[in-house]
Design a binder for this molecule. Structure first.
Ligand SMILES: Cc1cc2nc3c(=O)[nH]c(=O)nc-3n(C[C@H](O)[C@H](O)[C@H](O)COP(=O)(O)OP(=O)(O)OC[C@H]3O[C@@H](n4cnc5c(N)ncnc54)[C@H](O)[C@@H]3O)c2cc1C
Length: 520
Protein backbone atom coordinates (compact mmCIF):
# COMPACT_ATOMS: atom_id res chain seq x y z
CA UNK A 1 0.00 0.00 0.00
CA UNK A 2 1.37 3.44 -0.90
CA UNK A 3 2.64 5.49 2.04
CA UNK A 4 2.85 9.30 2.40
CA UNK A 5 3.85 11.54 5.29
CA UNK A 6 0.90 13.82 4.52
CA UNK A 7 -2.43 12.99 2.93
CA UNK A 8 -4.25 16.26 2.27
CA UNK A 9 -7.95 16.01 1.47
CA UNK A 10 -9.08 18.83 -0.83
CA UNK A 11 -7.50 21.09 -3.45
CA UNK A 12 -8.85 24.56 -2.67
CA UNK A 13 -6.55 27.20 -1.19
CA UNK A 14 -6.18 25.16 2.01
CA UNK A 15 -5.15 21.91 0.36
CA UNK A 16 -2.79 23.50 -2.15
CA UNK A 17 -1.16 25.97 0.22
CA UNK A 18 -0.66 23.31 2.90
CA UNK A 19 0.79 20.91 0.33
CA UNK A 20 3.27 23.52 -0.91
CA UNK A 21 4.52 23.95 2.65
CA UNK A 22 4.36 20.29 3.69
CA UNK A 23 6.35 19.03 0.70
CA UNK A 24 9.46 20.49 2.35
CA UNK A 25 8.83 18.29 5.39
CA UNK A 26 7.88 14.99 3.73
CA UNK A 27 5.99 13.19 0.96
CA UNK A 28 2.58 14.62 0.08
CA UNK A 29 -0.54 13.31 -1.64
CA UNK A 30 -3.55 15.54 -2.38
CA UNK A 31 -6.83 13.70 -2.85
CA UNK A 32 -9.69 15.73 -4.27
CA UNK A 33 -13.28 14.93 -5.13
CA UNK A 34 -13.60 16.81 -8.42
CA UNK A 35 -11.11 18.41 -10.78
CA UNK A 36 -8.15 20.04 -9.03
CA UNK A 37 -9.65 23.49 -9.60
CA UNK A 38 -13.20 22.82 -8.39
CA UNK A 39 -13.64 24.33 -4.93
CA UNK A 40 -15.19 27.34 -3.21
CA UNK A 41 -11.82 29.04 -3.47
CA UNK A 42 -12.05 29.68 -7.18
CA UNK A 43 -15.33 31.59 -6.71
CA UNK A 44 -14.04 33.97 -4.02
CA UNK A 45 -14.48 37.50 -5.28
CA UNK A 46 -13.94 40.21 -2.68
CA UNK A 47 -10.43 39.38 -1.57
CA UNK A 48 -8.23 38.80 1.48
CA UNK A 49 -8.24 41.00 4.54
CA UNK A 50 -4.87 41.98 6.01
CA UNK A 51 -3.72 45.04 7.98
CA UNK A 52 -1.06 46.11 5.47
CA UNK A 53 -1.84 49.80 5.01
CA UNK A 54 0.01 52.55 6.88
CA UNK A 55 -3.20 53.59 8.71
CA UNK A 56 -3.99 50.02 9.75
CA UNK A 57 -2.58 47.70 12.42
CA UNK A 58 -3.02 44.13 13.67
CA UNK A 59 -4.71 45.66 16.73
CA UNK A 60 -7.39 47.40 14.62
CA UNK A 61 -7.97 44.27 12.56
CA UNK A 62 -8.18 42.28 15.81
CA UNK A 63 -10.83 44.62 17.21
CA UNK A 64 -12.99 44.48 14.07
CA UNK A 65 -12.81 40.68 13.98
CA UNK A 66 -13.72 40.34 17.65
CA UNK A 67 -16.62 42.80 17.27
CA UNK A 68 -18.06 40.87 14.29
CA UNK A 69 -17.75 37.55 16.17
CA UNK A 70 -20.48 38.53 18.68
CA UNK A 71 -18.75 37.32 21.83
CA UNK A 72 -17.65 33.88 20.64
CA UNK A 73 -14.27 34.46 18.98
CA UNK A 74 -11.23 32.75 20.43
CA UNK A 75 -9.15 35.88 21.18
CA UNK A 76 -5.87 33.97 21.09
CA UNK A 77 -6.59 32.70 17.59
CA UNK A 78 -7.71 36.16 16.41
CA UNK A 79 -4.48 37.67 17.74
CA UNK A 80 -2.48 35.10 15.75
CA UNK A 81 -4.61 35.73 12.65
CA UNK A 82 -4.05 39.45 12.63
CA UNK A 83 -0.39 39.40 13.68
CA UNK A 84 0.73 36.76 11.17
CA UNK A 85 -1.37 38.16 8.31
CA UNK A 86 1.19 40.43 6.66
CA UNK A 87 3.88 37.72 6.43
CA UNK A 88 1.46 35.25 4.86
CA UNK A 89 0.33 37.81 2.27
CA UNK A 90 3.98 38.45 1.38
CA UNK A 91 4.36 34.71 0.72
CA UNK A 92 1.30 34.65 -1.50
CA UNK A 93 2.82 37.46 -3.54
CA UNK A 94 6.02 35.41 -3.80
CA UNK A 95 4.01 32.47 -5.12
CA UNK A 96 2.89 34.87 -7.85
CA UNK A 97 -0.65 35.97 -6.94
CA UNK A 98 -1.14 39.16 -8.99
CA UNK A 99 -2.84 41.45 -6.47
CA UNK A 100 -4.26 44.63 -8.01
CA UNK A 101 -2.24 47.80 -7.50
CA UNK A 102 -2.93 51.51 -7.57
CA UNK A 103 -0.12 54.05 -8.09
CA UNK A 104 2.44 51.31 -7.48
CA UNK A 105 0.94 50.15 -4.17
CA UNK A 106 -1.37 47.23 -3.43
CA UNK A 107 -4.96 48.45 -3.87
CA UNK A 108 -7.22 47.97 -0.85
CA UNK A 109 -10.99 48.03 -0.62
CA UNK A 110 -13.36 48.38 2.32
CA UNK A 111 -15.92 45.72 3.17
CA UNK A 112 -18.69 45.57 5.75
CA UNK A 113 -17.69 45.91 9.42
CA UNK A 114 -14.02 46.66 8.63
CA UNK A 115 -13.11 50.04 10.07
CA UNK A 116 -10.96 50.97 7.05
CA UNK A 117 -9.98 49.69 3.59
CA UNK A 118 -8.04 46.45 4.19
CA UNK A 119 -9.06 43.94 1.52
CA UNK A 120 -6.52 42.97 -1.17
CA UNK A 121 -7.97 41.76 -4.45
CA UNK A 122 -6.80 40.33 -7.77
CA UNK A 123 -8.30 40.73 -11.24
CA UNK A 124 -10.87 43.11 -9.73
CA UNK A 125 -13.39 40.59 -8.41
CA UNK A 126 -11.58 37.41 -9.50
CA UNK A 127 -9.36 37.04 -6.41
CA UNK A 128 -10.17 33.38 -5.72
CA UNK A 129 -9.59 32.31 -9.31
CA UNK A 130 -6.17 33.98 -9.37
CA UNK A 131 -5.17 32.41 -6.06
CA UNK A 132 -6.39 28.95 -7.07
CA UNK A 133 -4.67 29.05 -10.47
CA UNK A 134 -1.42 30.41 -9.03
CA UNK A 135 -1.27 27.71 -6.36
CA UNK A 136 -2.14 24.96 -8.87
CA UNK A 137 0.73 26.13 -11.07
CA UNK A 138 3.12 26.12 -8.08
CA UNK A 139 1.92 22.65 -7.05
CA UNK A 140 2.40 21.30 -10.60
CA UNK A 141 5.85 22.89 -10.86
CA UNK A 142 6.77 21.28 -7.54
CA UNK A 143 5.58 17.87 -8.76
CA UNK A 144 3.03 17.40 -5.98
CA UNK A 145 0.97 14.25 -6.56
CA UNK A 146 -2.78 14.86 -6.93
CA UNK A 147 -5.55 12.27 -7.24
CA UNK A 148 -8.57 13.94 -8.85
CA UNK A 149 -12.19 12.71 -8.88
CA UNK A 150 -11.45 10.63 -5.83
CA UNK A 151 -13.30 11.07 -2.54
CA UNK A 152 -12.07 10.12 0.89
CA UNK A 153 -14.70 7.93 2.51
CA UNK A 154 -13.02 7.09 5.80
CA UNK A 155 -10.04 8.01 7.96
CA UNK A 156 -8.27 4.94 9.30
CA UNK A 157 -6.95 4.74 12.88
CA UNK A 158 -4.38 2.34 14.34
CA UNK A 159 -4.75 0.34 17.53
CA UNK A 160 -3.65 3.36 19.62
CA UNK A 161 -6.34 5.54 18.03
CA UNK A 162 -3.88 7.55 15.92
CA UNK A 163 -4.38 8.34 12.25
CA UNK A 164 -2.72 5.78 9.94
CA UNK A 165 -4.37 6.27 6.54
CA UNK A 166 -7.45 6.94 4.45
CA UNK A 167 -9.92 4.94 2.38
CA UNK A 168 -11.01 6.35 -0.97
CA UNK A 169 -13.65 5.89 -3.64
CA UNK A 170 -12.91 6.81 -7.24
CA UNK A 171 -15.89 8.83 -8.47
CA UNK A 172 -15.29 7.89 -12.13
CA UNK A 173 -14.45 4.19 -11.89
CA UNK A 174 -16.01 3.20 -8.55
CA UNK A 175 -12.70 1.59 -7.51
CA UNK A 176 -11.93 1.68 -3.78
CA UNK A 177 -8.36 2.15 -2.51
CA UNK A 178 -6.41 2.75 0.71
CA UNK A 179 -3.38 4.91 1.44
CA UNK A 180 -1.21 4.81 4.53
CA UNK A 181 0.07 8.03 6.05
CA UNK A 182 1.39 9.74 9.13
CA UNK A 183 -0.86 12.80 9.04
CA UNK A 184 -4.23 13.52 7.49
CA UNK A 185 -5.05 17.16 6.87
CA UNK A 186 -8.69 17.93 6.23
CA UNK A 187 -9.00 20.75 3.68
CA UNK A 188 -12.49 19.81 2.50
CA UNK A 189 -14.21 23.22 2.82
CA UNK A 190 -17.62 23.98 4.29
CA UNK A 191 -21.15 22.72 3.70
CA UNK A 192 -23.04 25.24 1.56
CA UNK A 193 -24.59 22.49 -0.58
CA UNK A 194 -26.83 21.68 2.38
CA UNK A 195 -28.97 24.63 1.34
CA UNK A 196 -31.31 25.13 -1.60
CA UNK A 197 -29.88 28.59 -2.29
CA UNK A 198 -26.13 28.81 -1.94
CA UNK A 199 -23.03 30.48 -3.35
CA UNK A 200 -21.02 27.29 -2.79
CA UNK A 201 -19.50 24.86 -5.27
CA UNK A 202 -21.18 21.47 -5.94
CA UNK A 203 -18.25 19.72 -4.18
CA UNK A 204 -18.87 21.44 -0.84
CA UNK A 205 -21.08 18.92 0.99
CA UNK A 206 -19.70 18.88 4.54
CA UNK A 207 -17.62 15.72 3.96
CA UNK A 208 -14.66 16.70 6.15
CA UNK A 209 -16.87 17.48 9.12
CA UNK A 210 -18.76 14.20 8.82
CA UNK A 211 -15.50 12.25 8.36
CA UNK A 212 -13.94 13.92 11.39
CA UNK A 213 -16.99 13.24 13.56
CA UNK A 214 -16.99 9.57 12.56
CA UNK A 215 -13.28 9.38 13.38
CA UNK A 216 -13.87 10.74 16.89
CA UNK A 217 -12.84 14.37 16.40
CA UNK A 218 -14.79 17.09 18.15
CA UNK A 219 -17.01 19.41 16.12
CA UNK A 220 -18.13 22.83 17.29
CA UNK A 221 -20.13 26.02 16.51
CA UNK A 222 -22.26 24.32 13.85
CA UNK A 223 -25.28 26.59 14.42
CA UNK A 224 -23.38 29.53 12.94
CA UNK A 225 -23.92 29.50 9.17
CA UNK A 226 -23.38 32.77 7.39
CA UNK A 227 -25.90 33.78 4.72
CA UNK A 228 -24.52 36.21 2.17
CA UNK A 229 -26.96 39.10 1.70
CA UNK A 230 -26.48 39.73 -2.02
CA UNK A 231 -26.67 36.88 -4.48
CA UNK A 232 -27.98 37.52 -8.00
CA UNK A 233 -31.59 36.35 -8.05
CA UNK A 234 -33.60 36.03 -11.23
CA UNK A 235 -35.91 33.18 -12.15
CA UNK A 236 -34.09 30.73 -14.45
CA UNK A 237 -30.64 32.32 -13.91
CA UNK A 238 -27.83 30.64 -11.94
CA UNK A 239 -27.09 31.97 -8.44
CA UNK A 240 -24.06 34.25 -8.51
CA UNK A 241 -22.46 36.14 -5.66
CA UNK A 242 -22.41 39.91 -5.88
CA UNK A 243 -19.42 40.71 -3.72
CA UNK A 244 -19.79 42.91 -0.66
CA UNK A 245 -17.03 45.08 -2.10
CA UNK A 246 -19.72 46.45 -4.43
CA UNK A 247 -21.34 48.03 -1.38
CA UNK A 248 -17.88 48.95 -0.11
CA UNK A 249 -17.42 51.02 -3.28
CA UNK A 250 -20.78 52.77 -2.82
CA UNK A 251 -23.55 50.40 -3.99
CA UNK A 252 -26.81 50.64 -1.99
CA UNK A 253 -29.73 48.29 -1.37
CA UNK A 254 -33.29 49.23 -2.34
CA UNK A 255 -36.54 47.33 -1.87
CA UNK A 256 -38.89 46.52 -4.74
CA UNK A 257 -40.46 49.98 -4.32
CA UNK A 258 -37.07 51.62 -4.86
CA UNK A 259 -36.74 52.65 -1.20
CA UNK A 260 -33.21 52.62 0.33
CA UNK A 261 -33.92 50.66 3.52
CA UNK A 262 -30.62 49.80 5.23
CA UNK A 263 -30.28 53.14 7.12
CA UNK A 264 -33.55 52.15 8.92
CA UNK A 265 -31.93 48.99 10.31
CA UNK A 266 -28.34 49.91 11.24
CA UNK A 267 -26.20 53.00 11.61
CA UNK A 268 -23.62 51.43 9.28
CA UNK A 269 -26.45 51.17 6.69
CA UNK A 270 -25.37 49.08 3.68
CA UNK A 271 -22.06 48.22 5.36
CA UNK A 272 -23.63 46.69 8.47
CA UNK A 273 -22.49 43.14 9.38
CA UNK A 274 -23.68 40.42 7.01
CA UNK A 275 -26.21 38.87 9.38
CA UNK A 276 -27.89 42.24 9.92
CA UNK A 277 -28.05 42.98 6.18
CA UNK A 278 -29.32 39.46 5.33
CA UNK A 279 -32.13 39.66 7.93
CA UNK A 280 -33.05 43.21 6.90
CA UNK A 281 -33.41 42.02 3.30
CA UNK A 282 -35.70 39.18 4.41
CA UNK A 283 -37.86 41.66 6.38
CA UNK A 284 -38.10 43.95 3.33
CA UNK A 285 -38.93 41.04 1.03
CA UNK A 286 -41.72 40.02 3.42
CA UNK A 287 -42.98 43.61 3.78
CA UNK A 288 -43.17 44.13 0.02
CA UNK A 289 -44.16 40.52 -0.85
CA UNK A 290 -41.22 40.19 -3.25
CA UNK A 291 -38.74 37.40 -3.90
CA UNK A 292 -35.78 39.80 -3.95
CA UNK A 293 -34.50 43.32 -3.32
CA UNK A 294 -32.15 45.35 -5.53
CA UNK A 295 -28.56 46.50 -5.43
CA UNK A 296 -28.12 49.91 -7.01
CA UNK A 297 -24.69 50.79 -8.42
CA UNK A 298 -25.94 53.26 -11.02
CA UNK A 299 -24.22 56.15 -9.19
CA UNK A 300 -20.79 54.50 -9.59
CA UNK A 301 -18.70 55.60 -12.55
CA UNK A 302 -18.97 52.99 -15.36
CA UNK A 303 -15.16 52.70 -15.43
CA UNK A 304 -15.15 51.78 -11.69
CA UNK A 305 -17.77 49.11 -12.34
CA UNK A 306 -15.93 47.50 -15.23
CA UNK A 307 -12.43 47.59 -13.74
CA UNK A 308 -13.27 46.73 -10.12
CA UNK A 309 -16.06 44.24 -10.83
CA UNK A 310 -15.47 42.76 -14.28
CA UNK A 311 -16.95 39.35 -13.38
CA UNK A 312 -20.08 40.82 -11.79
CA UNK A 313 -20.54 43.25 -14.69
CA UNK A 314 -20.18 40.54 -17.35
CA UNK A 315 -22.37 38.02 -15.50
CA UNK A 316 -25.21 40.54 -15.14
CA UNK A 317 -24.83 41.62 -18.77
CA UNK A 318 -25.14 37.96 -19.82
CA UNK A 319 -28.39 37.88 -17.83
CA UNK A 320 -29.66 40.95 -19.71
CA UNK A 321 -28.88 43.58 -17.04
CA UNK A 322 -26.50 46.49 -17.65
CA UNK A 323 -25.69 47.33 -14.03
CA UNK A 324 -24.36 50.78 -14.89
CA UNK A 325 -27.97 51.68 -15.79
CA UNK A 326 -30.23 49.12 -14.04
CA UNK A 327 -30.61 47.73 -10.52
CA UNK A 328 -29.31 44.22 -9.77
CA UNK A 329 -31.94 41.79 -8.35
CA UNK A 330 -30.47 40.13 -5.24
CA UNK A 331 -31.50 37.87 -2.33
CA UNK A 332 -29.56 36.16 0.47
CA UNK A 333 -28.09 32.64 0.12
CA UNK A 334 -26.09 30.22 2.30
CA UNK A 335 -22.43 31.15 2.10
CA UNK A 336 -19.99 30.21 4.85
CA UNK A 337 -19.89 27.81 7.79
CA UNK A 338 -18.23 29.39 10.83
CA UNK A 339 -18.27 26.11 12.75
CA UNK A 340 -16.50 22.88 11.89
CA UNK A 341 -13.82 20.52 13.15
CA UNK A 342 -12.60 21.86 16.46
CA UNK A 343 -8.90 22.66 16.29
CA UNK A 344 -6.34 24.33 18.50
CA UNK A 345 -4.12 27.18 17.37
CA UNK A 346 -1.95 24.64 15.50
CA UNK A 347 -4.84 23.12 13.56
CA UNK A 348 -4.70 19.98 15.70
CA UNK A 349 -7.82 17.99 16.57
CA UNK A 350 -8.28 15.69 19.56
CA UNK A 351 -7.36 12.70 17.31
CA UNK A 352 -3.60 12.22 17.03
CA UNK A 353 -2.38 12.84 13.49
CA UNK A 354 -5.63 14.46 12.32
CA UNK A 355 -5.45 18.15 11.44
CA UNK A 356 -7.97 20.48 9.84
CA UNK A 357 -7.65 23.91 8.25
CA UNK A 358 -9.71 26.28 6.14
CA UNK A 359 -13.47 26.36 6.10
CA UNK A 360 -13.83 22.81 7.40
CA UNK A 361 -12.01 23.73 10.62
CA UNK A 362 -13.16 25.87 13.52
CA UNK A 363 -10.20 27.79 14.93
CA UNK A 364 -12.58 30.21 16.64
CA UNK A 365 -11.41 33.25 14.67
CA UNK A 366 -14.88 33.91 13.27
CA UNK A 367 -16.88 33.37 16.45
CA UNK A 368 -20.60 33.63 15.68
CA UNK A 369 -20.11 35.73 12.56
CA UNK A 370 -17.23 35.95 10.11
CA UNK A 371 -15.80 39.33 9.20
CA UNK A 372 -15.78 39.58 5.39
CA UNK A 373 -12.58 38.36 3.68
CA UNK A 374 -11.11 36.88 6.85
CA UNK A 375 -11.56 33.29 5.65
CA UNK A 376 -8.88 33.23 2.96
CA UNK A 377 -6.54 34.85 5.47
CA UNK A 378 -7.41 32.25 8.12
CA UNK A 379 -6.44 29.51 5.65
CA UNK A 380 -2.96 30.94 5.12
CA UNK A 381 -2.22 31.64 8.76
CA UNK A 382 -3.43 28.34 10.20
CA UNK A 383 -2.35 26.01 7.34
CA UNK A 384 1.18 27.21 7.91
CA UNK A 385 0.83 26.45 11.61
CA UNK A 386 -0.43 22.92 10.86
CA UNK A 387 2.73 22.10 8.98
CA UNK A 388 4.93 23.72 11.65
CA UNK A 389 3.29 21.58 14.33
CA UNK A 390 3.69 18.32 12.41
CA UNK A 391 7.44 18.89 12.61
CA UNK A 392 7.29 18.89 16.44
CA UNK A 393 7.47 15.82 18.74
CA UNK A 394 4.31 13.74 18.98
CA UNK A 395 3.07 14.70 22.43
CA UNK A 396 2.85 18.42 21.67
CA UNK A 397 0.09 17.96 19.13
CA UNK A 398 -2.92 17.57 21.42
CA UNK A 399 -5.26 20.56 21.52
CA UNK A 400 -5.70 23.06 24.29
CA UNK A 401 -8.89 25.07 24.19
CA UNK A 402 -9.55 28.29 25.99
CA UNK A 403 -13.31 28.46 26.11
CA UNK A 404 -16.43 27.25 27.92
CA UNK A 405 -18.53 24.45 26.47
CA UNK A 406 -22.22 23.68 26.78
CA UNK A 407 -22.84 20.20 28.19
CA UNK A 408 -26.37 20.04 26.72
CA UNK A 409 -27.30 17.53 24.03
CA UNK A 410 -30.60 16.09 22.90
CA UNK A 411 -31.51 12.42 23.18
CA UNK A 412 -33.53 9.91 21.17
CA UNK A 413 -36.79 10.91 22.89
CA UNK A 414 -36.47 14.30 21.18
CA UNK A 415 -37.08 12.58 17.82
CA UNK A 416 -40.49 11.27 18.94
CA UNK A 417 -43.22 10.92 17.84
CA UNK A 418 -42.18 9.71 14.35
CA UNK A 419 -42.93 12.19 11.60
CA UNK A 420 -43.99 11.73 7.98
CA UNK A 421 -40.85 12.18 5.90
CA UNK A 422 -40.40 13.10 2.24
CA UNK A 423 -38.16 10.80 0.13
CA UNK A 424 -34.43 11.08 0.86
CA UNK A 425 -32.92 13.13 -1.96
CA UNK A 426 -30.30 15.86 -2.15
CA UNK A 427 -32.98 18.36 -3.23
CA UNK A 428 -35.20 17.48 -0.26
CA UNK A 429 -32.31 17.92 2.20
CA UNK A 430 -31.55 21.31 0.65
CA UNK A 431 -35.20 22.40 0.78
CA UNK A 432 -35.56 21.23 4.39
CA UNK A 433 -32.47 23.13 5.49
CA UNK A 434 -33.51 26.29 3.64
CA UNK A 435 -37.10 26.24 4.90
CA UNK A 436 -36.52 25.17 8.51
CA UNK A 437 -32.88 25.90 9.35
CA UNK A 438 -32.31 29.10 7.39
CA UNK A 439 -31.64 32.77 8.10
CA UNK A 440 -34.39 32.91 10.75
CA UNK A 441 -35.17 29.81 12.78
CA UNK A 442 -37.45 28.76 15.62
CA UNK A 443 -37.60 25.84 18.02
CA UNK A 444 -40.63 24.17 16.43
CA UNK A 445 -39.33 24.05 12.87
CA UNK A 446 -35.84 23.14 14.03
CA UNK A 447 -37.27 20.18 15.96
CA UNK A 448 -39.19 19.05 12.89
CA UNK A 449 -36.02 19.25 10.82
CA UNK A 450 -34.18 17.19 13.46
CA UNK A 451 -36.81 14.45 13.33
CA UNK A 452 -36.81 14.28 9.53
CA UNK A 453 -33.00 14.14 9.35
CA UNK A 454 -32.94 11.41 11.98
CA UNK A 455 -35.46 9.38 9.93
CA UNK A 456 -33.44 9.94 6.74
CA UNK A 457 -30.28 8.75 8.45
CA UNK A 458 -32.04 5.47 9.19
CA UNK A 459 -32.97 5.12 5.49
CA UNK A 460 -29.49 5.75 4.08
CA UNK A 461 -28.91 3.74 0.87
CA UNK A 462 -25.81 1.55 0.45
CA UNK A 463 -22.63 3.47 -0.35
CA UNK A 464 -22.21 2.65 -4.02
CA UNK A 465 -21.61 5.96 -5.77
CA UNK A 466 -20.53 9.56 -5.16
CA UNK A 467 -24.10 10.65 -4.53
CA UNK A 468 -24.61 8.14 -1.71
CA UNK A 469 -21.35 9.16 0.01
CA UNK A 470 -22.33 12.81 -0.28
CA UNK A 471 -25.82 12.18 1.07
CA UNK A 472 -24.25 10.48 4.10
CA UNK A 473 -22.04 13.52 4.74
CA UNK A 474 -24.86 15.97 4.15
CA UNK A 475 -27.20 14.27 6.61
CA UNK A 476 -24.54 13.97 9.31
CA UNK A 477 -23.47 17.59 8.91
CA UNK A 478 -27.06 18.84 8.71
CA UNK A 479 -27.89 16.98 11.91
CA UNK A 480 -25.07 18.76 13.74
CA UNK A 481 -26.29 22.14 12.48
CA UNK A 482 -29.84 21.41 13.57
CA UNK A 483 -28.91 19.93 16.94
CA UNK A 484 -26.74 22.94 17.74
CA UNK A 485 -29.37 25.42 16.51
CA UNK A 486 -32.15 23.84 18.55
CA UNK A 487 -29.95 23.74 21.65
CA UNK A 488 -28.83 27.38 21.50
CA UNK A 489 -31.86 29.22 22.86
CA UNK A 490 -30.79 32.75 21.99
CA UNK A 491 -29.90 34.84 18.96
CA UNK A 492 -26.25 35.64 18.36
CA UNK A 493 -24.31 36.54 15.21
CA UNK A 494 -25.51 34.49 12.27
CA UNK A 495 -27.79 32.32 14.45
CA UNK A 496 -31.17 34.07 14.71
CA UNK A 497 -34.01 32.39 16.66
CA UNK A 498 -37.40 34.05 16.25
CA UNK A 499 -38.50 32.49 19.56
CA UNK A 500 -35.36 33.82 21.34
CA UNK A 501 -34.57 37.03 19.44
CA UNK A 502 -32.01 38.42 21.95
CA UNK A 503 -28.53 37.28 22.99
CA UNK A 504 -28.24 35.76 26.44
CA UNK A 505 -25.21 35.86 28.75
CA UNK A 506 -25.81 32.23 29.74
CA UNK A 507 -25.06 31.27 26.12
CA UNK A 508 -21.60 32.82 26.03
CA UNK A 509 -20.30 29.32 25.34
CA UNK A 510 -19.75 26.79 22.56
CA UNK A 511 -21.72 23.68 21.65
CA UNK A 512 -19.32 20.81 21.01
CA UNK A 513 -20.18 17.39 19.58
CA UNK A 514 -18.02 14.50 20.63
CA UNK A 515 -18.28 10.97 19.26
CA UNK A 516 -21.84 9.68 19.81
CA UNK A 517 -23.14 12.92 21.32
CA UNK A 518 -25.74 12.98 18.54
CA UNK A 519 -28.40 10.39 19.25
CA UNK A 520 -28.31 7.51 16.71
C1 LIG B 1 -18.80 32.69 -4.03
C2 LIG B 1 -17.86 32.80 -2.87
C3 LIG B 1 -17.17 33.98 -2.64
C4 LIG B 1 -16.28 34.08 -1.56
N1 LIG B 1 -15.56 35.23 -1.41
C5 LIG B 1 -14.63 35.28 -0.42
C6 LIG B 1 -13.78 36.41 -0.30
O1 LIG B 1 -13.84 37.35 -1.08
N2 LIG B 1 -12.87 36.42 0.72
C7 LIG B 1 -12.75 35.40 1.61
O2 LIG B 1 -11.91 35.46 2.52
N3 LIG B 1 -13.54 34.31 1.50
C8 LIG B 1 -14.45 34.23 0.50
N4 LIG B 1 -15.23 33.12 0.39
C9 LIG B 1 -14.98 31.99 1.28
C10 LIG B 1 -13.71 31.27 0.85
O3 LIG B 1 -13.65 31.26 -0.55
C11 LIG B 1 -13.69 29.86 1.37
O4 LIG B 1 -13.93 29.84 2.74
C12 LIG B 1 -12.34 29.22 1.09
O5 LIG B 1 -12.04 29.31 -0.29
C13 LIG B 1 -12.35 27.77 1.53
O6 LIG B 1 -11.18 27.18 1.09
P1 LIG B 1 -10.92 25.66 1.43
O7 LIG B 1 -9.67 25.29 0.72
O8 LIG B 1 -10.99 25.47 2.90
O9 LIG B 1 -12.17 24.89 0.80
P2 LIG B 1 -12.66 24.80 -0.78
O10 LIG B 1 -11.98 25.86 -1.55
O11 LIG B 1 -14.09 24.76 -0.75
O12 LIG B 1 -12.04 23.42 -1.20
C14 LIG B 1 -12.55 22.20 -0.69
C15 LIG B 1 -11.89 21.05 -1.42
O13 LIG B 1 -12.15 19.82 -0.77
C16 LIG B 1 -12.51 18.82 -1.72
N5 LIG B 1 -13.30 17.79 -1.03
C17 LIG B 1 -14.44 17.95 -0.33
N6 LIG B 1 -14.83 16.76 0.19
C18 LIG B 1 -13.92 15.84 -0.21
C19 LIG B 1 -13.77 14.43 -0.02
N7 LIG B 1 -14.65 13.70 0.68
N8 LIG B 1 -12.71 13.80 -0.58
C20 LIG B 1 -11.82 14.51 -1.33
N9 LIG B 1 -11.90 15.84 -1.55
C21 LIG B 1 -12.94 16.49 -0.99
C22 LIG B 1 -13.23 19.60 -2.80
O14 LIG B 1 -13.30 18.88 -4.00
C23 LIG B 1 -12.36 20.87 -2.86
O15 LIG B 1 -11.23 20.62 -3.66
C24 LIG B 1 -16.12 32.99 -0.68
C25 LIG B 1 -16.83 31.81 -0.89
C26 LIG B 1 -17.68 31.70 -1.98
C27 LIG B 1 -18.42 30.42 -2.20
Amino acid sequence: MAYYDYVIIGSGITGLYTALRARKAGSVLIITKGSIQESNTKYAQGGIAAPISRDDSPELHYRDTIAAGAGLCNPVAVRILTEEATDRIAELIKFGVPFDTLNGEIALTKEAAHSLPRVLHAGGDATGLHIENTLIKNARDAGIEVKEYCLVSEIALDAQGAVCGVKTFNCNTGVKAEYECRYVILATGGAGQLYKYTTNSQVVTGDGIALAYQTGAEITDMEFFQFHPTVFYKSGAPLFLITEAVRGEGGVLRNSRGYRFMPDYDKAADLAPRDVVARSIVFEMQKTSSANVYLDVTDLRPSVITTRFPQVYQFCLDQGIDISKEYIPVAPAAHYLMGGVKVNIWGGTNVYGLFAAGETACTGVHGANRLASNSLLEVLVFSKRVVERTKQPRDTVQPKYAYTESPEHRTLKDYQPPIEVPPLTRENIQALMWDKVGIMRDGKTLSEAGRILYAWQKQMPALTDRESYELRSMIMTARMIVEAAVTRQESRGAHYRMDYPKPSDTWQKHIVFKKNSIAQ
